[in-house]
Write a protein of this length. Structure first.
Lengths: 191, 713
């Protein structure tokens, strides 16, 4: 929305208008490639991409970070899930330029020193994956969920992970995996 | 002549690896997000392909102008697929393709191709057969016994309408591939259920020698029967690559196109009349059924399913519609047949005021495996607490939320496809097992590794497995639940053969003969005498500089007792229905399945869980909605093409029939059988809960409320 000259007549009063007015005049990016810097898993990456490039496409097509998948491409299925400033987001409906200055975590940053992240390990233990295409999105969503809900009930898990979809039907193992990962992560923190 | 090697599976009690629940070997790499699917392929000079597809359900291309696309900076190739004069038969059919430096430019380019169409009349809905007109083709009447007499003499007759719609595969990794055509060689990175065969399909379409195509696919994001062929987008990706100086082109379908044209399960609608004696014995079946699977019409479901009713009259009509074409969908034709048959039978049992368990039991003589089903129904009833929870149809108390139980039965073939496997034992003790199969997420890598480890007496980690590369020995396509039978048998033979060679090599040094040796716990030892033994590594060192490389082959027609086909299964559902909102919820689902010899219970159970969840999706949510006005699919996205989420599935209980009797049949696939019956069990449970049949699935609130309204009227 920034810099496209939204008038009060078009949007009425409210947050959008305030945001539009607050935008510095003339700060128009694109339509050609522009420099974009992303901080991913603690490391800075410099890119030259069109402003319309989504975060998922930036990750997959420009950075070879292909853990997150593009599936529905419309913020329904969660296969593209990443964590941005501590919040779980769909990277298919986030523009890469909007993600600048944010702390982006992708699944590639989860394993430490070759050791599986407790969520990934729990997915393996409970066979919470088949074809595996939805799995990275789920693993990231589970981590984001457990960061905020370290001690969930099964009902919490069902509500908290309602934003991701699996086609092979791995939810039975997944419910167990999330509870096990929660326990593991709590143990890890308290130890 | 030496004796023929003994390939048979070790006796149940002697197995160390087979039959033990084992974590999938590719679990860690997938769960860490490091598994590289073909759609993850990146390379510096990679180009992105995109398709322009038809916006009309039926049209003729009158002109096509690609100059706008060609002029766009970053575009490397533009190809016309449907030249002027081409008749397009469904919305979503391919019109043109482009390759460009970025995905965004490729999409822009397709929008700059100007196409003029002469729009032609279309038919995209088949649910009302009367409106199909000339597009309906009757297959002719089939009669068995004397149905007229049987209906006349019957004590009870029910007539009903039943329908199951077209659904799509909705693979999370859409169809597509990366193709690189350099010189006379092609590298193909597909998303396929057919790693050994897809290169040949592509080469035929391109008229190049099959030996010039090298295929490699390590992971696939779902197929469910829809990913066997190279497809037009494979051919286009190759041609775009050639036209772009051999740079690799990635062409995967976007979600809308995927849902419109990358395959679907045909619908099935029917008006059915069934008859029985007072005691519940089924005597007659009559059906007028119809279906569509696109332009070619739909499949003809094998009805009546499982039960060979003595008197039958059947008429089936295929309806040709202007919709994307049918592809095999996990257990082709069986879900439809199961639904049409078991709903009608359930209505008949309800009319007789009979418990369906008793009704089915009475009729098991009409099935090819009465005792298997009888035991399965008993087990399933126990697991779902049938005796306590079942009630007569509609007698679910006075509250607004009703609860009901239902069941349905299934069958499938299975068996083992043709497969060749090579096992190499190196002098340093390393073991390679190689075959060009594919792991759809079913656990194929894991079962192959388990079979090799069992035969060679080694831990799983000692086996290096290579699959998915067409330079390896060929293995069949993964369809019809034939993979596990095929690859386990070829791996068994190959590893037995390789081990026999190792025994030959070490027997003299152990003062024994080859036939007296066995491989146990990482050692080669004289049978029953662990004092005379060598470690695996020490034994392999005796090979000097010569490695052992031995083949093993499964012949589909002669599996030698290692695998077989033909299974039965019973699935049951316990549902609640809110009669004010029409919402159906799953409380519990139970699956009881005959699966022959079970190699890995863990992944077997996962597959059955998956089959059940697909059944829940199909029963409650999934439906391709076509609009006759525009000829378009109204829900080509995942917001409105619904599949179940983690909170939609209730409790699922799986019971594998692991018994010596089933085990001796060898390995039988279970991907398809697990995915057949539950959707029907849910429909029957819903009828049991609310006292009336909701004739067509999915059981969406509007359909449930409409059925309740008719009941009350």
């Amino acid at each position: 929305m920034r810099g496209v000259g939204i008038s009060t007549g078009a949007v009425g009063s409210g947050i959008l208008e305030t945001a539009a007015l607050a935008a510095p005049a003339g700060n128009v990016a694109g339509p050609g490639a522009v420099p974009v810097t992303l901080k991913i898993n603690g490391k800075p990456y410099s890119l030259n991409i069109e402003p319309r490039v989504t975060l998922i496409d930036a990750l997959r097509n420009h950075l070879d970070l292909t853990g997150a998948k593009k599936v529905c491409d419309r913020a329904t299925c969660g296969a593209c899930t990443v964590i941005m400033d501590g919040k779980v987001v769909y990277s298919c409906t986030t523009l890469a330029i909007e993600a600048q200055g944010k702390d982006i975590q992708t699944i590639e940053g989860f394993s430490q020193n070759g050791k599986l992240h407790p969520v990934s390990a729990a997915f393996v233990n409970h066979d919470a994956q088949q074809c595996g295409y939805c799995t990275p999105g789920f693993v990231v969503a589970v981590k984001g969920f457990l960061d905020k809900h370290p001690n969930p009930t099964e009902q919490d898990v069902e509500a908290g992970l309602g934003g991701n979809l699996c086609r092979c039907g791995t939810y039975v193992g997944m419910r167990k995996a999330v509870l096990e990962a929660a326990k593991e992560m709590r143990g890890g923190r308290n130890a | 002549m030496p004796d023929a090697p003994n390939y048979s599976w070790p006796p149940m009690e002697k197995r160390r690896v087979l039959g033990k629940s084992t974590k999938r070997v590719d679990g860690p790499i997938k769960a860490a997000g490091r598994a590289k699917y073909s759609s993850d392929f990146t390379q510096k000079d990679l180009l992105h392909g995109a398709l322009l597809t038809s916006p009309h359900a039926h049209a003729r291309v009158t002109s096509i102008d690609t100059s706008g696309a060609e002029k766009l900076p970053g575009v490397t190739a533009v190809r016309v697929i449907a030249s002027p004069g081409t008749e397009l038969m469904w919305a979503g059919q391919e019109v043109a393709s482009v390759a460009a430096e970025t995905e965004e430019i490729a999409r822009d380019a397709t929008r700059r191709i100007k196409v003029q169409y002469e729009v032609l009349p279309h038919l995209v809905r088949e649910d009302d057969l009367k409106k199909a007109g000339v597009r309906a083709k009757a297959a002719g009447e089939q009669v068995k016994g004397d149905p007229d007499k049987a209906f006349q003499e019957a004590d009870a007759v029910v007539e009903g309408h039943y329908g199951i719609p077209v659904i799509t595969h909705c693979c999370l990794e859409s169809h597509g591939n990366v193709v690189e055509w350099k010189g006379d060689k092609l590298n193909l990175y597909p998303s396929t259920q057919n790693a050994s065969g897809i290169g040949g399909d592509l080469s035929q379409n391109l008229k190049v020698p099959a030996s010039n195509v090298h295929t490699n696919m390590q992971y696939i994001g779902g197929g469910f029967g829809s990913k066997f062929a190279a497809d037009l987008w494979g051919v286009e990706a190759a041609r775009l690559s050639k036209a772009s100086n051999g740079r690799p082109v990635k062409l995967f379908l976007d979600r809308a196109t995927e849902l419109m044209m990358a395959g679907n399960r045909p619908s099935a609608y029917a008006n059915i009349k069934v008859a029985a004696k007072k005691d519940g014995t089924i005597t007659a079946w009559q059906s007028e059924s119809w279906s569509t699977g696109g332009i070619g019409g739909g499949g003809s479901p094998p009805i009546p399913y499982v039960f060979d009713v003595p008197n039958q009259r059947k008429n089936h009509t295929a309806v040709s519609t202007n919709c994307g074409g049918v592809r095999a969908w996990r257990a082709p034709n069986h879900q439809q047949a199961c639904y049409l048959t078991n709903t009608a039978f359930d209505d008949l049992a309800a009319k007789l005021n009979m418990d369906p368990l008793e009704f089915y039991d009475k009729n098991l003589g009409l099935t090819p495996r009465a005792e298997v089903y009888r035991a399965q129904m008993r087990k399933g009833a126990e697991l779902i607490d049938w005796q306590k929870l079942w009630h007569l149809r509609g007698q679910s108390g006075s509250g607004t939320v009703k609860r009901g139980l239902g069941l349905a039965m299934s069958t499938w073939g299975g068996g083992g496809h043709n497969s060749q496997c090579r096992t190499t034992i190196h002098p340093d003790g390393t073991v390679e097992v190689e075959l060009c199969s594919q792991d759809l997420g079913t656990g194929t890598r894991t079962v192959i590794t388990m079979v090799a480890a069992e035969t060679l007496g080694l831990p799983l980690g000692a086996i290096t497995l290579r699959i998915g590369d067409s330079s390896l020995p060929p293995s069949g396509a993964s369809g019809g639940s034939t993979t596990v039978g095929g690859v386990s048998s070829s791996t068994r033979k190959s590893t037995v053969n390789a081990l026999a060679k190792l025994f030959d090599a070490v027997a003299p040094t152990m003062g024994s003969s080859a036939d007296q040796l066995e491989a146990v716990d990482g050692r080669i030892q004289v049978k029953g005498d662990s004092s005379k033994s060598l470690t695996w590594k020490a034994a392999c060192q005796k090979l000097g500089v010569n490695k052992i490389s031995e083949m093993g082959e499964n012949n589909q027609r002669n599996p030698g007792g290692l695998n077989s086909s033909g299974v039965g299964g019973v699935q049951l559902a316990d549902v609640s229905v809110d009669t004010e909102t029409g919402l159906v919820k799953i409380i519990k689902a139970v699956a009881v399945q005959d699966v022959g010899l079970v190699i890995n219970p863990k992944t077997s159970e996962s597959q059955i869980h998956g089959g059940c969840i697909m059944g829940i999706c199909a029963a409650l949510m999934e439906e391709r909605i076509m609009d006759q006005q525009t000829g378009r699919m109204l829900n080509p996205d995942m917001e409105f093409y619904k599949i179940a989420g983690i909170g939609d599935i209730g409790e699922i209980i799986v019971h594998l029939d692991i018994t010596p009797e089933h085990d001796k049949r060898g390995v039988v696939g279970l991907g398809e059988p697990a995915a057949i019956a539950l959707l029907t069990a849910i429909a029957n449970a819903t009828a049991n809960a609310i006292g009336v049949r909701v004739p067509e699935i999915p059981l969406t609130p509007d359909r449930v409320l409409a059925a309740l309204e008719r009941r009350n009227a």
